[in-house]
Structure formats: structure tokens, C-alpha cells
Design a protein around this ligand. Sequence first.
Ligand SMILES: [Zn+2]
Length: 364
Amino acid sequence: MPFRDVVGHVRLIKLLSRAAAGGTLPPSLVFAGPSGIGKRLTAVSLAQALNCTNQSSVVSHQSSVVSHQSSVVGLLTDDGGPADDGRLATDSCGRCAACKRIARGVHPDVLIVEPGDSGAIKIDQVRDIVDRAAYRPFEGRRRVVIIDEADALVSAAQHALLKTLEEPPPSSVFILVTARPDVLLPTVRSRCPQLRFRPLAANDIASALVARGRSESEARAVAATADGSLGQALEASAGELVEARRVAERVLTHASASQDPARRLEGAKELLAKTGAGGDSEREQLSSHLRAMASLLRDVEVLATRADDRTLANPDVRPALERLTESYKGERGVRAFGAVDRALVALERNAGVKLVADWLVLQL
Ligand SMILES: [Zn+2]
């Protein structure tokens, strides 16, 4: 897809577009950031911008692009620069044969490597692309090698890649896409400037969902619990979300009605109940229930402070929100929100599921 259709990441897209137009793209890059936010998609968009045969360019900007983008440092620290008028220095058409083949993964000059069934990227896969990258591009102008989930490169494969990253073949660009850049060998990292992709804004996710045919209110509700990941938002089905929200609301109500720890711990069982929300594992389900809880508590804060209620993530359950606001307005709500946040972090770090649920209901 062309740069202009990528959701979010406006600043990074502009940088990449200008570097592509000015011929100043570093030969190897790491795209780092959480899963499901569009890193690989952006890498594919870059490959299209570099090889589209029907390219649109903002020619008037290009003379200044080169001087401002003459170094890697320029690419990575640029905060807007001369072409910062919302236009992209260059973009692909998304429709020509080259663009379509790149999107389908069958363009001879755009190679995508990803983990196989074993979950790892093996040394043979890397040797193969290193060999292929040594030739001049067959059809396109730049050969682009995208290594998706680069943290899955086994150590020997990273070593096999090192020399190529150090002395990349002319007209090749290597892009290592990863949610865990810290797992890459320091020698690999030091050769690849890193672009950090941030979680998407809930508004951007909601708009993307609406564009894909979801209703406005459902889109906002799903976006609010998606952790900045469009991928996660697209996977979340509305039914699961509604169920997760129902659990979260019941547990909050239960906790507000009783100070007795024994009775509160009853609520923890509910949090662990099997609803299918978020995934099959207990951990995924609890996370999903907790994200729904965080989303409700954020809305309580909106209602309690009389902020613009068009920003509510869950406007369709407004009566329930108003009931919760009675109990959770002010400091208690802030404390509860903080506790949910800590519980989510603990789950990510593999803390015991039951322990987290028990701890949380006592903090609400
Ligand atoms: Zn094209």
C-alpha cells in the first residue's frame, strides 16, 4: 500500500519518503516497535516507493531534500524539515504491476524473509538472501530485503548477515523489522540505524476500523482496548469485547460494594472466568478483561471531570459508566487505573495469573 494509506506514523513516513526521494536511505535499517502497528507494512510501502514504475513525486521539494538528508543522522533526527507541509516527497501508485507484485510478495527485487514453522529464521534462509542481494536488481531500481520478526534470526544467521550489513551491495536496502530489537546482536544493531515506531493513537485505530466497515461506536470501543495495535484491533471481535467489558464492569461493581477481602476475592474468580475474549489462554483472557477494565476506568475519568464526552470509548454503555462513576470518580478511579496498568505489565512479565487477579481485586 502507498505511504499515504498507512495508518499513523506520519513523521516516520515523511522521513522515509524524503530519504527515498533524495537517495539518502541508509543501506540497512531496523524498524522497531510493538507488534501489530504497521512496521512491516511500512517496510513494504517503502519498497513500493522505491520501485513503483508510476511514481508521484513532489519535484519542487527534491532539490532541498538532498542537502537536508545527506546523512543517517539527518534521517533519524529530522523533525519535519523543508517538505513538512503534509505532502510526501515521493510515494508509490499502489496500482502498477510493480506495486502489485511487491504487495503480493512476488516481485523479484523485494525479498521478504520471515520465521518458518520452527519459529526461527535459519542460517540457510539468510545465506540465500545474501546471495541474491549481491546481484543488481532485475527489474526495479532498488532491491529491498525485509526481514520480518528479525529477533527470530538464530545467532548464526545474524553472524551470516553481518558482513552484508557492513558492506551492503550497491542498490540494496536491508530492513530488519522487530518488536524486540534488544534481542539482536549488538554488532547487528550497531550497523543498522533504528527507527522507532510508536503504538498508534486510539483515534487512528478507530478511523481505520470505520474505514473497514465497523460502526463508529464499536470502532471506538475496540480501539480503546487495542493497546495501540491495529492488528490486535482487527482481530478483536465485537462479541468478545462486549463480553470482556461485561466482566470488567461486574468486577468493578462488586469491588465497590464491599471492603471485605474474602468477598472481593470472589470477584477475582470472575476475572478468570472463561469468556474466550482475547484468546484461548487464561493469561490472554485475563489481559483482555483488564484492558476492558482500563478502558471503562478511563471513561469514568472523562465523565467525572466533565471532559468532552465525545471522547468516551464506550458511549454505548453510558448508564453503566455513570453508575461506576459514582464509586470510582476522583482518586479511587486513578488508583484503580494504576493498579490495572501494573497488573497488565505483571501479566506480560509472566506473573502467575491467579496471583495477579487476586492482587488486583484487593486494589480496586
Ligand atoms: Zn506503482
